[in-house]
Design a binder for this molecule. Structure first.
Ligand SMILES: Cc1ncc(COP(=O)(O)O)c(C=O)c1O
Length: 284
């Protein structure tokens, strides 16, 4: 059975054409997106994702494609039509369709696209127990990484460089030698003093939804937390490292650039936070 996508007002088979050639998302990466986890058939942290979508749209002066209540109905309908219990929903809004010209007219009608795909709980569990290997790469992105823009070329190239080195994620490093974030994940360490650290949510990184939830969970567990940026060297010397994203929630990092982190196994704090996240995700 072909998966069903929502494309600009229509539910249709994913492999049927639906996007106009002069969609500005297609020609200029002029659009934004969200990825929301589906657990037990329900959308996880939906409100936080929709708040961030509004933020990204506002920052780029792209109109909302429809009121939030309608958007939520479409999201549920795409999940329902594809009968997905565990997976992710991808939602994209482009500025609209117009004759190709860098500047844009006001009043364009935004184009909304949604797809879902399954992601097995078994795969998530495997990552939790085995961990992932990370490669460091220079951060080559623009200055507004807080906007969840579909313009992802540096992230794509970073991830591909990691894959070619047989590693699962790339951590991007700024001009000062500090870790910004992963290609599609936020970066965390438990430093030599046992402090949980992740970079502050400025324009330098995407303020991940899992990042926000984990910061709350860490506070509830009275873990010492600091939003002080950390260097690549500090990460390599850390007790634990991990990445977070809605796709798999917590990804323990067992090596960076071939250098073993801690004892080379997923660390206790990453595992405890992953368990707490799972419980919180199912409470929705
Ligand atoms: C660059 C980047 N940072 C962080 C994240 C994690 O964000 P979230 O926790 O909202 O999935 C993502 C997710 O796609 C990302 O692309």
């Amino acid at each position: 059975m072909s998966r069903i996508a929502y494309i600009d007002g229509q539910y249709q088979p994913l492999n049927q054409p639906g996007i106009m050639v002069e969609d500005r998302g297609y020609q200029f990466s002029d659009g934004v997106y969200e990825v929301c986890a589906i657990r037990a058939g329900r959308l996880v942290d939906e409100t936080a994702h929709l708040d961030r979508l509004d933020y990204s749209l506002n920052e780029l002066a792209i109109a909302a494609p429809m009121p939030r209540a309608a958007l939520k109905l479409v999201m549920r309908e795409v999940v329902r039509r594809n009968r997905i219990l565990e997976g992710i929903l991808y939602l994209q809004v482009s500025r609209g369709v117009a004759a190709r010209e860098h500047g844009f007219a006001e009043g364009l009608k935004p184009v909304l696209v949604m797809t879902v795909r399954p992601l097995s709980a078994a795969k998530r569990q495997m990552i939790r127990t085995q961990g992932i290997h990370v490669l460091s790469v220079p951060d080559q992105r623009w200055a507004r990484r807080d906007i969840k823009s579909i313009s992802l070329l540096p992230n794509v190239l970073a991830r591909q460089t990691a894959r070619q080195a047989d590693m699962q994620e790339a951590w991007q490093i700024d001009a000062d030698g500090l870790v910004t974030e992963g290609a599609a994940t936020n970066a965390w360490i438990v430093d030599a003093d046992g402090v949980l650290r992740t970079r502050p949510a400025t324009h330098d990184i995407l303020n991940g939804i899992v990042r926000q939830v984990l910061l709350d969970l860490a506070a509830q567990q009275n873990l010492p937390v600091s939003k002080k940026p950390f260097s690549l060297d500090e990460a390599k010397a850390a007790k634990e490292c991990f990445s977070t994203a809605s796709t798999m929630s917590v990804f323990p990092v067992v090596s960076i650039d071939g250098c073993t982190i801690g004892d080379g196994k997923p660390g206790p704090i990453a595992s405890a936070l992953a368990d707490a996240y799972d419980k919180a995700a199912l409470r929705h």
